[in-house]
Write a protein that binds this ligand. Structure first.
Ligand code: HEM
Length: 412
């Protein structure tokens, strides 16, 4: 018998879920726009409330181009001593099935803990990636992509090795905390005996429904609109910049991407001592509107040559957007999908808070690395942030109904 749909409870009981605003990258490429089957909800309402059902199968893993979500759990796993290639293949098969059920808002076929019972799909996505250590441990040295080379140390890094790296990384994101945690717990249970948790982090973004229009840019904990100049899937070179090309080697990464994870603490108590004009000069944009300091609205392209009346640059030489912009980094482009975090106070009483910086790209050597090199050397923002962790995961292409995630790697 088919398992009852979690979503039917929506139709029957009218469970009210919060929804997410669609982010700047919000072209709904990974989204099935129709309302869940059995639901009376209209397409507009599932979009507005962030209760969409994302298509789990496709060329790319759906979490990369999904509309921005409001809740995230990020987890890294290390293989157990006895795990081998066959065991990891079995795990990927199990995870593919769990992701398919959870993203559809269905109870899991086996061992569901009922944590999300009665909840809708909540735009859930499960994105899985592999660290180079996984491939080395499995003896797959020939299949390690060059792009998975370690990220170099940057000036000012204060990295915690215990919360960095990992054999396998998973990003579970959606618009409901229970739905997200339910999926992560299920993935973790399935990993028993094959992989154990190395570290976990959680993050959040704008709450569903609070944005004036669904495509508004999210804000970060420094009060800035963050995501304005992200590339969008409608741009002609988007796929080339973000996804691994069809003729790349190793073949198992074709249609994949690379995810850089940096937990970046914000020194919020120090930041708060600056006046608004100084804060805006650090980034190069107005806090309230997100408009560049060279003028216009949020979407007006910054004019980096424009001068103020006193002759100084309207967007200062060390402003974050000037140094991060592709035009000043040989075209280096990344898709940022970060989440805020606030995990209470540190021993010194300052907030343990900041940005779970997540960036997807076709190759970190021409994406994140050159940009971060430049930022670490000269960015005015550096005074107010500390990079605390680092991880790089190869994100294989999306699964198909006929296979499981990264089957090409494990069958190779
Ligand atoms: C806590 C750390 C960070 C904060 C608070 C922050 C904040 C911002 C803000 C407010 C903007 C302007 C709005 C926008 O276009 O999104 C921006 C732009 C940008 N940031 Fe960051 N950022 C951080 C770290 C980073 C890092 C580590 C990188 C990459 C290595 C990066 C890359 C970029 C890029 C590429 C842009 C767009 C620049 C443009 O084309 O105009 N950011 N960031």
């Amino acid at each position: 018998m088919t398992a009852p749909s979690r979503r039917r409870f929506l139709a029957a009981g009218g469970v009210g879920l919060g929804g997410a605003a669609l982010g700047a990258t919000g072209a709904a490429l990974a989204t099935r726009q129709s309302p869940p089957s059995g639901s009376t909800a209209s397409t507009a309402s599932v979009v507005a409330t962030g209760n969409q059902e994302l298509a789990v199968y496709g060329r790319y893993q759906p979490g990369i181009i999904a509309p921005a979500q409001s809740q995230a759990r990020l987890a890294a796993f290390d293989l157990t001593d006895t795990a081998n290639r066959a065991a990891v293949a079995r795990l990927m098969r199990a995870w593919t099935q769990i992701a398919a059920q959870a993203c559809a808002g269905r109870p899991l076929a086996e061992g569901d803990d009922a944590m999300a019972y009665g909840r809708g799909p909540a735009s859930l996505s499960v994105t899985v990636g592999f660290g180079s250590s996984l491939l080395r441990k499995l003896g797959l040295h020939d299949l390690i992509p060059d792009a998975l080379a370690p990220i170099p140390a940057f000036p000012g890094d204060h990295l915690d090795p215990a919360r960095s790296d990992g054999d396998v990384g998973v990003l579970v994101a959606g618009n409901d905390g229970l739905v997200v945690l339910h999926a992560l717990r299920a993935l973790q249970r399935a990993a028993t005996g094959t992989a154990r948790a190395r570290w976990q982090m959680s993050g959040f973004s704008d709450a569903p429904g609070v944005m004036p229009i669904p495509t508004s840019t999210p804000r970060n904990l420094m009060g800035q609109l963050d995501g304005t100049d992200n590339p969008t899937p409608t741009q002609a070179d988007f796929a080339e910049k973000i996804f691994v090309p069809a003729d790349a080697t190793p073949a198992w990464m074709r249609g994949g991407s690379y995810l850089v994870v940096r937990r970046i603490r914000m020194l919020l108590d120090t930041w708060d001592t600056l006046d608004t004009a100084t804060q805006e000069a650090v980034v190069g944009r107005r806090k309230t509107t997100g408009a560049p300091l060279s003028g216009g609205t949020e979407q007006t392209p910054p004019d980096y040559t424009r001068q103020r009346a006193d002759g100084g640059l309207a967007i200062p030489a060390d402003a974050h957007i000037r140094l991060a912009n592709p035009t000043t980094n040989q075209g280096a482009t990344i898709l940022r999908r970060g989440f805020s975090y606030h995990d209470g106070l540190r021993p010194d009483g300052t907030p343990d808070a900041g940005l779970l910086f997540l960036a997807f790209q076709a190759d970190p050597r021409i994406g994140f690395i050159p940009i971060q090199q430049r930022l670490a050397e000269a960015d005015a923002l550096s005074t107010f942030i500390t990079h605390e962790t680092n991880a790089l995961f190869a994100i294989p292409p999306g699964a198909q109904p006929s296979n499981y995630l990264a089957q090409d790697l494990f069958d190779a």
